[in-house]
Structure formats: structure tokens, C-alpha cells
Design a protein around this ligand. Structure first.
Ligand SMILES: Nc1ncnc2c1ncn2[C@@H]1O[C@H](COP(=O)(O)OP(=O)(O)O)[C@@H](O)[C@H]1O
Ligand SMILES: [Mg+2]
Length: 369
């Protein structure tokens, strides 16, 4: 992200399909030059947002501003916006160069310029030398690169990518994620990327919008979304999380509360005011839980007794499924340290679960929208 100039602004958009309000009062600002990702479950309205920006759909109400200009009256072809779809949508009978140059030919760009720009775009996606191949002579990853080249050759202000990498296998997808990010940085084009894959969203984006049922749940940096989810939907949609039901006992300092979790007193920091007696969820990521032998139980920490149900070694981490004596199951993930003997603990080993004050995250109970 270069600066915080708003390039694209959606204001109070309403979009209906028949009786269904797919988007209601939907607003969003996207900054110039950022890699912006819309993340949400299938059917939540992601593609609809992109189609409205591209001009393939009209809003029933609201405004879309690009560079300060209302683009309602501008047809899809004339918007400085291009889309890369999941299904590459290449012309099968045309070679790579002709596929990439198609939009420029339609726009009446001079032949020599087309050749130059196609060659530059193919260099960006590392497909120089593939000019004369037909789509059926390309791998899935190469076809996707052609589709990207065909979009960036138009030098759009905004590039829309709708689940563009979903058809690729895991390894190729990871590689293309890195490359897309590099292409975006190199060209400085604003990317609006749609995905239902939270890992992809976190790893590529400057900012992420988490959506559900046509509504924005949270907008923020990947780190904000992961570490400070605003509600239970965001918390549980992004990565694994442990949820403790708690009741507020008292405020012990500014926005710091003593809470009761199943009879155990813990300190919890909130970003908003809570009242004694209020129900909250105290959230802990698997990597923020501390798992110890019972014998090493620290005297200064309030925690929970339990036992190990499952352990798995992932190469970097040791992941455990733990059952507390109250029956609650938790997931923990610890960085593997072969010199630490406590990593020996086995299935059914009794353990002590706690966390460092401040690593918890609090959301109000019942906010699952
Ligand atoms: N052309 C359409 N006609 C009727 N309903 C549609 C149309 N396009 C999308 N929808 C509905 O709008 C909702 C959002 O769809 P979509 O934007 O494609 O979601 P996503 O891309 O997040 O999976 C879905 O319930 C879908 O069935
Ligand atoms: Mg979609």
C-alpha cells in the first residue's frame, strides 16, 4: 500500500436478486495501490461486489465512485477495471500473444504498440517465449498467467480477481500467491481479490474485508483480523480458535476485567466497556495457549487441568487436542523445541493449561452474525 488515497468507494449499495437482498447498505473504501481481499463463505455476496465494480451488474441503490467519479453510467468495457476469473476464459483457437492482445485490438491500439505491450505483460507473468502456444498446450498455472497478462496489459486502475487461484493445486497455488503479490507490487495496480480461503487472504493482502450474508463483518490488516476479531463470526472463520465462555466479575483497571471461567478467575482485557454479570467469550488461538506438565504448574497463574487426547507433529509445531476436566476440548499448537523435555508428554498425560495475561481476546457473547 503506497498511501491512503481512496481509489474506489462503494456507498450504501443495495443489490437485490428477486426478493433476496444480497447486499444491503453495503459500504467500502479501497485505497489506491493496495492489495485488498474480500473473504467470506460461499454465497455471501463476494462475486456480486466484484460484478458491481466491473459493471456487469447494476446496483438497486447506492453509489460506486472511482477516482472521485460516479461510474454508474459507464459501461463495463469503458471502466478502467479488468477481471481475472477462476475459469481462465481464454480463446481456445487463439495463441497466447493473440489472447493477451485481444483487448488492445478491440480498443484500436496500433499494431506495433500491441506487440510491445503484450511482450511486456508476458514478461511480468514470466511467459516470454510462449507467444505462439495455444491454450491447450499450456498447464493450468500457465493458463492462469495468460489470463493475468491479458488483464494487466490493459493497464487497469483496478484489477478484480475472483477466486482466481482456486482451480490450481495446493503447491502451485502457493507459488502463484507469491507471484501475484509481486506483480501487484511491481505494477502498483490496485487489486481486489476474492477468496473463501482464509490462509490465502491473510498471506497476500494489505487489508482484508471479512463478509457474511452480504454484510461487512470487519475490515483490517491480516494481523488485526487474526489477532483482534471483532465478533465470533470473524474469530471462527479465520483460523482455529479456542472459545471460553466467561462472566464478567468486576473491572480491575481501565478496560481490564476479572472474569470467571468455569470457577477459575482470569484477567481479561477488552476493547470496550463491560458490566459485571455480562457474558463474554474469551478467545485464545492454539499458539497462545501454554501447556505444561502438572508438576510444573506455575503458582502465579490461574489455569485449567486436563489431559492430552491427541498429539501431532507437523514439522514446525506440535499440535495437541486437550480435554479439560470439565469436558471442554481445546487445540494447542507449540513451536517444536527438541531440547525441551516437556515435549515428551504423551496421550493421556495430565497437563496444565494457561495463558499469559493479555494474550486473550474478548468478544461479547451472542454476537454471531
Ligand atoms: N444472477 C443472480 N440471480 C439470482 N441470484 C443470484 C445471482 N447472482 C448471485 N445470486 C445470489 O446472491 C447471493 C450471493 O452470491 P455471490 O455474490 O455469487 O456469492 P459468493 O461469490 O460470495 O459465493 C447468493 O445467494 C446467490 O445465490
Ligand atoms: Mg463467488
Amino acid at each position: 500500500m503506497t498511501d491512503n488515497n481512496v481509489l474506489l468507494s462503494l456507498r450504501n449499495i443495495i443489490k437485490r436478486f428477486g426478493p433476496q437482498d444480497v447486499l444491503s447498505e453495503f459500504s467500502l473504501d479501497i485505497y489506491d495501490g493496495e492489495f485488498f481481499t474480500i473473504l467470506g463463505p460461499s454465497g455471501c455476496g463476494k462475486t456480486t461486489v466484484l460484478r458491481l465494480i466491473a459493471g456487469f451488474e447494476d446496483a438497486d441503490d447506492g453509489k460506486i465512485m472511482l477516482d472521485g467519479q460516479d461510474i454508474a453510467g459507464i459501461s463495463a468495457e469503458r471502466r478502467p477495471v479488468n477481471t481475472v476469473f477462476q475459469s481462465y476464459a481464454l480463446f481456445p483457437h487463439m495463441n497466447v500473444a493473440d489472447n493477451v492482445g485481444y483487448g488492445l485490438r478491440m480498443a484500436g491500439v496500433a499494431k506495433a504498440d500491441i506487440k510491445q505491450r503484450v511482450s511486456e505483460a508476458l514478461a511480468v507473468v514470466e511467459l516470454k517465449g510462449f507467444e505462439l502456444r495455444k491454450p491447450h498446450q499450456l498447464s493450468g498455472g500457465q493458463k492462469q498467467r495468460v489470463a493475468i497478462a491479458r488483464a494487466i496489459v490493459m493497464k487497469p486502475k483496478v484489477l478484480l480477481l475472483d477466486e482466481s487461484l482456486s482451480a490450481l493445486d495446493h503447491k502451485l497455488r502457493q507459488q502463484m500467491q507469491m507471484e501475484l503479490k509481486q506483480i501487484q507490487r511491481q505494477l502498483g495496480i490496485t487489486f481486489v481479490y476474492v477468496t473463501h480461503d482464509q490462509e490465502e487472504a491473510l498471506s497476500m493482502s494489505d487489508r482484508v474485508l471479512v463478509m457474511n450474508h452480504g454484510q461487512a463483518q470487519q475490515i483490517g490488516s491480516p494481523r488485526e483480523i487474526y489477532e483482534a476479531p471483532r465478533n465470533m463470526f470473524v474469530a471462527s472463520f479465520i483460523g482455529e480458535i479456542n472459545v471460553f465462555d466467561a462472566t464478567v466479575v468486576s473491572e480491575t483497571a481501565e478496560l481490564t476485567y476479572q472474569v470467571d471461567i468455569n470457577g477459575v478467575a482470569k484477567t481479561a482485557h477488552a476493547e470496550f466497556r463491560l458490566e459485571p454479570g455480562e457474558a463474554v467469550h474469551v478467545l485464545l488461538r492454539p499458539e497462545d495457549l501454554r501447556i505444561e506438565y502438572i508438576e510444573d504448574q506455575p503458582s502465579d497463574e490461574q489455569g485449567f487441568l486436563g489431559k492430552v487426547l491427541e498429539r501431532s507433529y507437523t514439522g514446525k509445531t506440535l499440535d495437541s487436542l486437550i480435554e479439560l476436566d470439565c469436558g471442554k476440548q481445546l487445540r494447542s499448537s507449540e513451536f517444536f523445541n527438541e531440547d525441551d523435555p516437556s515435549f515428551d508428554y504423551r496421550i493421556n498425560q495430565r497437563v496444565w493449561v494457561s495463558w499469559i495475561d493479555g494474550w486473550e481476546h474478548v468478544v461479547k457473547a451472542g454476537e454471531l452474525s
